[in-house]
Design a protein around this ligand. Structure first.
Ligand SMILES: CC(C)(COP(=O)(O)OP(=O)(O)OC[C@H]1O[C@@H](n2cnc3c(N)ncnc32)[C@H](O)[C@@H]1OP(=O)(O)O)[C@@H](O)C(=O)NCCC(=O)NCCS
Length: 377
């Protein structure tokens, strides 16, 4: 029988699999995608190159990249019936629930849904990576009583996303900032949503069901939802002058400071320096230095008081705010990027599968005498 000694709450430190997709090194605060440092990828590669790397295991050459981006560009449309379904979702629907439902429905339209072979899964992944931004933008524009924008196949993922949301040709500065954030969000080893995707895939359920599990898991504020909560917190604080007192009071009230802490990184999140620098540069260019200033103060107080560093969701919150992205879309945008990592893990799970079925310690009542219905109080 399992005993308390073998139990790790929240599965902390439990090795749940072997993977060649990415490596998190908490000691060096490093994140590696298939051998490449994410810092180098964020600086020198585009999101499309990173998606290719995650799905295919190697960086594309020029021809491969051109074919890959061409395919994604032409797969951005979604079936008309699904568009009608998205339009019919209630106005109150949470964008992550709308995304989860639409991805689930996409599985109904794919004749290859039950084909779990390598090639079929890679193709499904490429199509879904193309379609998720269209779903997010359409769902947003329907709710805002705006006409849905037709995707332009020639645009990059970041460019197209901003175009689908706003209907305008996006500013190159915003495209670059969004692209860097997509690179950083694309993959992060056995985090909760990836693990959820792998558990579903491990039952030999289909690709769409595995992604739906992941989207539902990412939604929570302890995971992907933290980027939205982080900017809401900064908006509540209001100005750098109020940041220290606000943070101290929140800590005294035992409030969680969103965008801080991490299960694996205890010394610092590898992705934060890149996002922080981007936040500072954007703040200077857009004449909004207050967000980076406020963030620095909160970071300093959190380290001094709790020894807790920020995670990537903290700077991402104010970067997305400066890009004028609607706050309820921050977590769906995270999903639009992380679908690349989820897909790579689902492919890996299918290739080396054993059903995930952990065990637990029972702490309920034992040997209870059965009372017939008519005699129960
Ligand atoms: C990320 C997170 C879920 C990790 O959880 P975890 O590994 O279980 O960490 P713990 O909850 O055990 O944290 C250890 C201690 O730090 C505290 N702590 C952790 N994150 C905190 C935060 N953001 N604000 C205030 N205190 C925090 C915990 O309360 C706990 O204190 P205690 O030992 O006095 O009980 C957690 O840090 C958190 O909730 N952060 C805020 C949400 C967030 O930013 N999520 C995005 C993750 S990428």
């Amino acid at each position: 029988m399992p005993d308390e000694k073998s139990y790790s709450p929240g599965l902390e430190g439990v090795v749940a699999g072997i993977s060649s997709v990415s490596e998190v090194d908490p000691e060096k605060s490093m994140l590696i995608y298939r051998g490449y440092d994410v810092h180098e990828l964020a600086e020198r590669a585009t999101y499309e190159e990173v998606v290719y790397l995650l799905l295919m295991g190697k960086l594309p050459n020029r021809k491969e990249l051109s074919e890959f981006t061409g395919f994604i560009g032409h797969e951005r449309h979604i079936p008309g019936d699904l568009m009608d379904m998205i339009q019919a979702y209630p106005d109150t629907a949470h964008p992550m629930d709308a995304l989860r439902s639409a991805v689930s429905a996409l599985g109904l339209y794919d004749k290859t849904t039950s084909d779990l072979s390598h090639n079929a899964t890679v193709e499904k992944a490429m199509k879904l990576i193309a379609k998720i931004p269209t779903i997010i933008a359409a769902s947003h524009r329907f709710r805002a009583d705006l006409d849905v924008v037709d995707p332009d196949p020639r645009m990059t993922c970041a460019e197209s996303f901003l175009h689908l949301l706003t209907g305008k040709k996006p500013d190159p500065l915003a495209v670059r900032a969004l692209d860097v954030s997509l690179v950083l969000y694309a993959e992060h080893s056995f985090n909760a949503s990836t693990f959820a995707a792998r558990v579903t895939a491990s039952t030999l359920s289909d690709y769409y069901s595995s992604i739906v599990s992941a989207i539902g898991t990412l939604k929570g504020p302890l995971h992907g939802g933290a980027n939205e909560e982080a900017i809401k917190m900064m908006l509540e604080i209001g100005s750098p002058a109020k940041a220290e007192a606000w943070t101290l009071e929140a800590l005294a009230k035992k409030r969680l400071i969103m965008g801080f802490g991490h299960r694996v990184y205890k010394k610092g999140d590898s992705r934060v320096p890149i996002m922080r620098k981007l936040g500072q540069e954007l703040g200077e260019k857009l004449n909004q230095p207050q967000w980076h200033q406020m963030a620095q103060i909160i970071e300093e107080v959190m380290w001094r008081e709790k020894k807790l560093p920020p995670n990537v969701d903290f700077p991402c919150g104010y970067v997305y705010y400066m890009l004028k992205l609607p706050i309820p879309l921050y977590t769906p945008i995270f999903a639009a990027s992380r679908v690349a990592g989820w897909s790579a893990h689902i492919i890996e799970q299918y290739e080396h599968n054993r059903i995930m079925r952990p065990t637990n310690i029972y702490n309920g009542p034992k040997e209870v005498t059965f009372t017939p219905l008519e005699q129960r109080p």
